[in-house]
Structure formats: C-alpha cells, structure tokens
Design a protein around this ligand. Structure first.
Ligand SMILES: [Zn+2]
Length: 393
C-alpha cells in the first residue's frame, strides 16, 4: 500500500524530513497506481537510442503544469482520479523525479522565469521586467545559431510577455524566443468586441489589478496570425468551443507546431491557479484539464512527423501550494507560506532516449532543468546554477 502523509505528522518534521516523506510517498503511490514493479523502480533500464532520433536534430517541448497542485489532489491515492492520463499513460513512459525542490520566490512569473534561466531570479513577480540571467532560448539560439522562429513560448498571462529574452548584456535583445500571449491574440482578433470570450480572456488569478504594458503592436499581431495561418473567422469560431485559457494556449501551441515546428517550445499552463478564488471544485477541474491537455500535447508530438521520435517532453509544475496545516496559509488556495509542501514538486521527462518507468527519489531542483536541456540539445548554459540531471542526459 502507498503511504499516506498524515498532515498531523508534518508539524514536527523538519523541512528536509517532509521533503523526503513526500518523495517516498510519491514513489509508493506511483508503484501502486502504475503497476511499475518495485524492482524496476531504481534499476536503470537500458537506454534505447532510436535510429530516427540520431539522424535528426532533437526537439524539446517543456510544459509547466498549471500554477501548482498539491499531492493530496494529484499523486496521493485519493487524488489520482484527477490525473488519470499522467498516472496511467505518461508516467509509465517517463523518467519521473519525485522530489523537485524550488528554493526561489513562489510567484508564477518569477518562478517560471527561474525555470527558464536555471537561476533563482529575484525580481518583483508583478513587475514588467525581463529575466536578468540568459534564458534557455538565448543559449539555444546563440550557441546553435538557430533562427528566431525555432524557439517559442506560449504563455497564459499577459504578465509573461518578457519571459522570452533576458536583459543580460551578453545575450538579450534579438536572441530570445518569441512569446505568444494567446489572450492578447484573441482579444486582437475580436477587435474590441470580446463579448462571449470572457472565460478565455481572464488574466492573472493572483493580481487582478495588474495590467502590464505590452510592447507588441498590431503589426506584430498580424505577423503572428499569418505565421499561425489564423483567419479571424476561424479563430473566433474555434475559440467559442474552448473551455478555458489553457485550452486556448494548447490550441495555439498545436497550430505553432504544425505551421512552424519550432525545436524548442515552452508551454505554460495556468488554469489550476484559479484556486486563488477559493473555489475547490474549480481548482480540481483545472488539475483534470491540465492532465488531459498534457496527454493531448504528447499525442500531438507523437502524431506529427516533424516531432515524432525526436522530441523530449518535460512536464513540471512551477511550485506547489500550501498545506492545510500551516497556520500562515489557507490550504490549497494560495502558495504564500513557503512551507516544504509548496516548494516540493515533481517532474517527468518522456522521449525517444529517456528511460521508461523509472522513478528517481533523490531531491533535485527546479533550476536543474536548463542545464539538462543544455546537455540534451548541445548548448552551454554558462550562467545557470543548476546541474544537469544525469539520469536523463
Ligand atoms: Zn498562484
């Protein structure tokens, strides 16, 4: 049986002990849920390098899992019904890190920027600033001499509009990724009459009064629509069928894959963060939708000849959410206490050269992602502070 973390036992445990317990428990939960034999959990299966992947340049898709979800609603036995695709389809194909610790600031923009730079960025989460350290997109493009349309970010919130490019003097301007803000694209297509699309256009769940200044102008919007081959009519009629901002983001991301096939694609999901409203059922609905969308993205990768057999996909939350027992928080609703549960998450990697059905129990950090991508894709993330994950590179 999987071990359940009792809330009461967390009060006296040190942060390190709690992290270790979270990791152990995830490992046990996964073994039970996926049927991965205990013996295979930590013995490495031989790495299989597919012939197709050695002939073509590799691609990477990074998906951040929606603004933080807790174990109780995901990997704990009572939560697994919310993530059937992760548990039964994706994890058995993945190398899964059970303890990914985020030691940085727990705000979505600054935390996601930290994932993208491999350094815990320290800027104000709500400021309209670029990351200060070079992003993965800049390393990728500068070291490998890639064109601007080979790296893209699809971001949920208008506040993420500067995540594609740092203000670092050795990198920065002209070397980063294009950032597509699907809400802005939709609003621009509606040309002022967005009635009926409010559920897709709602922005940050944390800072309702924050409206960032956007650099993009209508000419850029027009170029983007041409790149994506989006006619206003098609876009607006399709958008009517979409249930949430994340569905809109994945629709745009799939369009981008089909029309531009970027080698480095970063998709940030954010529906789960509606938890800030305090409505538990909407938080759960966000988790279930994120679970489904992750499976759809993986399916899209497998069925697209430009991506199949040469793409590694990473899925990870930016951080967790508060525990029910911390007196400084309000449970699932926020991520403001900085307690161990809100800092301890997970990550999975899937792809042609990734071992399947392996769970890694040792603690790693959020900032290890960029060095890992550097090893996979062949660039040098020289200012990143994390370490490449040796189990997958
Ligand atoms: Zn949040």
């Amino acid at each position: 049986m999987g071990r359940t973390i009792r809330s009461s036992s967390l009060r006296t445990a040190s942060p390190g002990e709690v992290s270790a317990a979270v990791g152990r428990s995830r490992r046990d939960f996964l073994r039970t849920a996926t049927g991965i034999a205990a013996g295979s959990l930590f013995s490495f299966a031989p790495r299989v390098v597919s012939s197709a992947s050695t002939l073509r340049q590799p691609k990477v898709v990074v998906v951040t899992f929606g603004g933080g979800a807790r174990d109780e609603e995901t990997f704990a036995p009572e939560g697994q019904e919310n993530i059937p695709n992760l548990v039964h389809t994706l994890i058995p194909q993945s190398t899964f890190y059970a303890q990914v610790i985020n030691k940085g600031i727990l705000g979505h923009y600054v935390a996601t920027a930290s994932l993208a730079t491999g350094v815990y960025e320290t800027f104000n989460n709500f400021a309209a600033v670029s990351p200060h350290n070079p992003t993965v997109f800049e390393y990728f493009r500068k070291d490998l001499h890639r064109r601007a349309d080979d790296a893209w970010v699809v971001a949920p919130s208008n506040g993420f509009n500067r995540i594609g490019e740092s203000d670092h003097r050795s990198y920065g301007t002209g070397l980063g990724a294009g950032v597509i803000l699907p809400k802005r694209l939709l609003a621009s297509s509606m040309s002022g009459s967005a009635a009926g699309y409010d559920h897709l256009l709602r922005d940050s769940y944390e800072a309702p009064f924050y409206t960032p200044e956007l650099a993009g102008n209508e000419i850029e919007m027009q170029k983007l629509k041409e790149l994506l081959k989006l006619s206003v009519d098609d876009f607006s009629s399709h958008a009517r069928s979409l249930a949430s901002p994340d569905e809109l983001s994945v629709y745009i991301a799939r369009r981008l894959m089909r029309e531009a096939a970027p080698s480095l694609l970063w998709i940030t999901l954010h529906d789960i963060d509606i938890a800030h409203s305090g409505t538990y059922s909407m938080y759960i609905e966000g988790i279930r939708r994120s679970d489904r969308l992750c499976a759809e993205i993986w399916q899209a990768i497998q069925s697209d000849p430009e991506y199949a057999d040469r793409t590694t996909m990473f899925i990870l939350p930016d951080f967790g959410r508060d525990s029910d027992t911390d007196p400084g928080g309000n449970g699932f609703q926020h991520h403001r206490t900085g307690d161990p549960l809100s800092r301890t998450t997970w990550m999975m990697a899937l792809g042609p050269n990734i071992r399947k059905g392996v769970v890694i129990d040792r603690p790693v950090e959020s900032i290890d992602l960029v060095p890992t991508l550097g090893s996979l894709l062949g660039f040098d993330p020289r200012f990143a502070q994390g370490k490449a994950l040796l189990e997958i590179v």
